[in-house]
Design a protein around this ligand. Structure first.
Ligand SMILES: [Zn+2]
Length: 323
């Protein structure tokens, strides 16, 4: 029996607005195929938001408690889009999972859940929000520059990055193409833009190990290796790397043990975990074990370990950096 000590640093909290959870979803998003699919898969009804939100959480807790390897999950929030003066632009925001909802949910289940809040540095009170969430027990700050429409390299965010460094809150940034955002500026998903945060001493975690997510080629591989050499505060999570559109990065990284101490465990729950990457690359016993493992947290562990991809738990690096 392996120890159940891992933390998954990339688990999405989904919630419908229920009148007082501070969450928002645009009419366009409500109608999107991805959203419809998620509702259907989890058998959620959009007409009963409180029940749907509770059901989503219970499904997550059930799978987490049944996992043999994963003890806790960092629940991620999602901030909105802000204008040049730092005011929320609800019309440009597809969905918003509020920090208060993330913090409250994590507090209700302290053995299983940790708070990964989201702060768009463009918002007027970004620095104050960093201090507020740090006091409230958040363990990291997540952003999605493509969706939140800001450029992480912009030097006007230096005070924000300094506050993250001071509070020892890792900055987890989505990297690569974002399918739900066709037509928007995708260049802000380039990991090279994370250098401003790194130079200011913040711990940066590039999501999905810098994979681009378009299957054809992995254009951010040089940036990943360069940052791993240059910055001791640079990490990447392995979430979603077993998806068919990102597995090239997984197959690349398994051949590079020298960078694997920069990789952090994550799944991208509620997305599926595939064993496709392992076909023909592991023995039949290992393959059979992956197929038999239905728990998504455990399957991510089995597929990555089976392919020789080493990783750490975010708990290890948070402990290191706060020493
Ligand atoms: Zn994600």
């Amino acid at each position: 029996m392996t120890e159940k000590t891992l933390i998954d640093c990339h688990v999405h909290l989904a919630a419908l607005p229920d009148g007082d959870n501070g969450c928002y979803i645009s009419p366009k998003m409500l109608k999107s195929p991805l959203f419809r699919f998620l509702l259907w898969k989890h058998r959620l009804s959009p007409d009963k938001p409180r029940e749907a939100n509770q059901k989503y959480l219970e499904d997550l807790l059930g799978e987490l408690r049944a996992s043999r390897h994963v003890q806790q999950a960092v629940l991620l929030g999602m901030d909105g889009v802000y204008d040049g003066t730092g005011r929320l632009l609800q019309d440009h925001t597809d969905f918003l999972i509020s920090n208060d909802y993330v913090l409250k949910t994590a507090r209700t289940h302290p053995n299983e859940l940790l708070a990964g809040v989201s702060i768009n540095p463009q918002r007027r009170d970004a620095v104050e929000e960093v201090h507020r969430v740090a006091e409230a027990g958040a363990v990291l700050v997540k952003v999605l520059p493509n969706a939140q429409q800001f450029n992480p390299a912009d030097r006007k965010y230096i005070p924000f990055y300094r506050a993250l460094a001071e509070r020892k809150l890792p900055f987890l940034s989505h990297v690569g193409y974002e399918f739900s955002l066709i037509g928007k500026d995708q260049s802000v998903g380039d990991p090279d833009r994370l250098h401003t945060a790194l130079d200011e001493g913040a711990t940066v975690i590039a999501a999905h190990a810098c994979s681009y997510g378009l299957m054809l080629y992995e254009k951010f591989i040089p940036t990943f290796h360069e940052f791993a050499k240059r910055y001791p505060n640079f990490y990447a999570d392995i979430s979603a790397l077993t998806l068919p559109n990102r597995l090239r990065m997984l197959l690349h990284l398994r051949k590079h043990p020298e960078v694997q101490d920069r990789l952090l465990f994550g799944t991208d729950y509620p997305l599926s975990v595939f064993h496709l990457a392992a076909w023909g690359r592991v023995g039949p016993g290992t393959m059979w074990k992956m197929i038999r493992t239905k728990n998504r947290f455990d399957r991510q562990v089995e597929v990555c370990r089976g392919l020789g991809l080493g990783f750490q738990s975010i708990g290890d690096i948070v402990a290191q950096h706060s020493r």
